[in-house]
Design a protein around this ligand. Structure first.
Ligand code: SF4
Length: 347
């Protein structure tokens, strides 16, 4: 019997704006997240990658119920949390917590490390007599001495501050951590320490991670599965090794071609695939496949076919310009890709 997922996201949508201004002009609608579906199991890490503007952070806020979806459903531990009342959402915080990007900005500079970590315990009714002991326990779990509990955030290094943020997040023994760019503000050597800490905590505490980042090397280090987002949609998702070993969507191929390789000889031989232009705007989404203005594959495919139309300064396949591709299974188990031409060569 397979265990049910910890988190199930189904056809999730988030639109901002719309309606009219005071003077009757239409306000643009931002479709930040559109028709997103995925699952996450206990003890598993799903990496979410994409450029700024792909909708990753909106997704994090939706999962945590910091904002409500426009459509779709989020089930957590078997319950539909999208219909939760404010009181139920507060109770939900015990089970799902967030770790932020900026370990300094997210910690109150007037509070000591101990009181920062203790705060959620007090809010959720942990008996006062048990709080100090629990704070000391989680400080040890994240590699901080409990003797540091009386220090203020500015007295810690960047990596130590992120450890405080992680200690605060795990203090209530949650099942899920949503990590939004948790190491991108840190030096590379410190990044590795924090990533190792997160892996260690996951294996000891059975935590599930929704790990959001733009850095594909970082996501590879921590993820079991990876979903690549582009303009609010998942364009490719696969087990980590399948995605990094044989990426199928041209966007993933382009992103991975820019990740430096450890082997200098392979790095020299490797071909970079440049994306055309910038990521588009969520207020004026391209028709058909949202990636078509930047897609090298559409240009290659079009050269050998008759059914093309002018778009983005080139002749492109009509299907790419007029029909959104569905996220459909590729050859490897669990590998899904949204492309009308998934079998085509990558360059
Ligand atoms: Fe590129 Fe067309 Fe595939 Fe979209 S559907 S990724 S534009 S080839």
């Amino acid at each position: 019997m397979t265990t049910p997922p910890l988190l199930e996201v189904e056809a999730l949508e988030k639109r901002f704006g719309g309606g009219t201004t005071l003077f009757g002009a239409a306000k643009p609608v931002v479709r930040a997240v559109d028709d997103l579906s995925f699952t996450l199991h206990r003890g598993e890490t799903l990496g979410i990658v994409g450029e700024t503007g792909s909708g990753k952070s909106t997704l994090a806020r939706l999962v945590l119920q910091l904002i409500r979806p426009s459509a779709g459903r989020i089930r957590f531990e078997g319950q539909d949390v999208t219909s939760h009342s404010a009181a139920q959402v507060r109770a939900l915080r015990r089970r799902m917590q967030m770790v932020f990007q900026d370990p300094y900005g997210s910690l109150d500079p007037r509070m000591t490390a101990g009181s920062i970590i203790a705060e959620p315990l007090a809010v959720h009714g942990t008996p006062a007599g048990e709080i100090a002991e629990r704070v000391a326990e989680v400080m040890r779990q994240v590699g901080l001495s409990p003797a540091m509990a009386d220090r203020y955030p500015h007295e810690f290094s960047g990596g130590q501050r992120q450890r405080i943020g992680i200690a605060r997040a795990v203090a209530l023994a949650p099942a899920l951590l949503v990590l939004d760019e948790p190491v991108s503000a840190l030096d590379v050597s410190v990044q590795a320490q924090i990533l190792n800490l997160l892996r260690d905590l996951q294996s000891r505490l059975g935590l599930a991670y929704l790990f959001i980042a733009h850095d594909l090397a970082v996501v590879r280090h921590v993820s079991d599965r990876v979903a690549v987002m582009y303009l609010g949609r998942i364009v490719e998702t696969a087990p980590r090794d399948a995605l990094y070993g044989a990426p199928r969507h041209p966007y993933t191929v382009s992103l991975l071609s820019a990740v430096p390789l450890a082997d200098p000889a392979r790095e020299r031989r490797r071909k970079r695939i440049l994306l055309h232009g910038e990521i588009g705007s969520a207020t004026a989404l391209p028709s058909g496949c949202r990636f078509h203005p930047r897609c090298f594959r559409a240009r290659l495919v079009a050269a050998a076919m008759a059914d093309t139309v002018p778009a983005a300064g080139a002749m492109l396949p009509r299907a790419c310009v007029e029909r959104p591709p569905e996220l459909a299974p590729a050859d490897t188990a669990g590998h899904l890709i949204a492309c009308h031409y998934p079998e085509e060569a990558n360059a």
